[in-house]
Design a binder for this molecule. Structure first.
Ligand SMILES: [Zn+2]
Length: 364
């Protein structure tokens, strides 16, 4: 407003000056006096403000080693010296990130999927079109699972805690190299996955993974006549390997031979104690059943048949290898005389031997 009024006044003055032929000091008929001094009054030029953008220094991550995955980038807020609105985006190795386009804030999350060394920077722009680019800052991403394994509980008698730990560690590091992952067992505080042991869940579960950071490994169950029996090394190894697979984001496999199959048949470190004279033996898992029967009696066998309704099983004396009396079904009472027996169970058709009769799920 002010400058426009001023310009108008100046034009008027020039017009007047044109009338008076020169810029000498003259008097008008009205007695008005115009002087060169007045006409040449230096005019203050319209303020020329050079807009600058301040801020935008990349803060985090800066020179750090971090894990692949979601990374939050932060930088100092960017402001315009003239008060214009400013938006910023980040560039990683010079490339704009679709998840972090121009925005008003000063933090944004990008998924860094691959390990490597990166350079990142902040690019800002004002509503006036002014742009600014920060210097670059480096960081390193590693694809690494550093696993901290809790000590096996002391009550897990049956297997020495060192054996339990060793078996679990072998299962964990079995994934080393899978899909670019590096698996390290650590005892320090910088772990990013944590495993612990559970003596028993009491149901059909031998292990579980919560998300991709915490997992639990079962140490035994009470399928043997209600008495807790420890799993053997191999079972602990498989449970640990299965749950570690989940930690790396591996889903269940439909292949029954895969460690990522959703169920398994545990093996035990100690034989199931035969309840002498009992008429109610639950033969969960035929590997339990290699027992001396002291006196003739009836034994009740109950199985979890799963989807297999054609299950059959057989009790055979330890002396012979042939099974001559198959019992169909999964809940039977069998009379046995005194002697040594083994138990065998098959499923499916006669010629196809399915040695897995009782499965326990890893998860729920
Ligand atoms: Zn699972």
């Amino acid at each position: 407003m002010r400058s426009r009024a001023f310009a108008f006044a100046l034009v008027s003055a020039i017009a007047l000056a044109g009338c008076i032929d020169g810029i000498e000091n003259r008097s008008t008929s009205q007695g008005e006096s115009l002087t060169p001094t007045e006409l040449n009054q230096p005019t203050t030029p319209a303020e020329t403000v050079v807009e600058t953008l301040q801020g935008g220094s990349p803060a985090e991550p800066r020179g750090r080693t971090l894990d692949v995955g979601s990374v939050e980038f932060r930088w100092s807020a960017v402001t315009s010296s003239t008060g214009n609105a400013v938006q910023s985006r980040i560039l990683i190795n010079g490339a704009a990130q679709s998840s972090c386009g121009y925005q008003a804030g000063n933090r944004c999350t990008v998924e860094i999927a691959r390990p490597g060394t990166y350079q990142w920077q902040v690019q800002s722009r004002s509503t006036s079109g002014l742009e600014a680019l920060s210097s670059t800052v480096a960081f390193t991403a590693v694809k690494e699972r550093r696993v901290l394994l809790a000590s096996p509980p002391s009550e897990s008698s049956g297997l020495h805690p060192d054996i339990v730990r060793s078996a679990a560690e072998r299962g964990v590091v079995a994934w080393d190299g899978y899909d670019g992952w590096q698996i390290r067992m650590v005892t320090r505080a910088d772990y990013n996955a944590y495993g612990e042991f559970v003596k028993e869940w009491g149901g059909h579960r031998v292990g579980v993974a919560f998300g991709q950071q915490i997992f639990q490994i079962g140490l035994g169950d009470s399928a043997c006549n209600g008495k807790w029996t420890p799993y053997n090394e191999n079972t602990i190894y498989f449970i640990a390997a299965h749950e570690m697979g989940h930690i790396l984001g591996v889903a269940h496999s439909s292949d029954p031979t895969s460690v990522m199959y959703s169920t398994m048949q545990p093996s035990y470190a100690a034989p199931c104690e035969f309840k002498s004279g009992s008429a109610d033996v639950q033969a969960y898992g035929y590997t339990h059943w290699n027992r001396h029967v002291p006196t003739a009696t009836n034994y009740h066998f109950a199985f979890d048949p799963g989807a297999d309704t054609s299950m059959k099983f057989c009790i055979l004396s330890q002396a012979g290898n042939d099974c001559t009396e198959w019992v169909y079904g999964y809940r039977q009472t069998v009379h046995l005389g005194a002697g040594d027996y083994q138990f065998q169970a098959h499923c499916g058709n006669w010629y196809y031997t399915c040695t897995i009769q009782y499965r326990i799920a890893y998860d729920t």
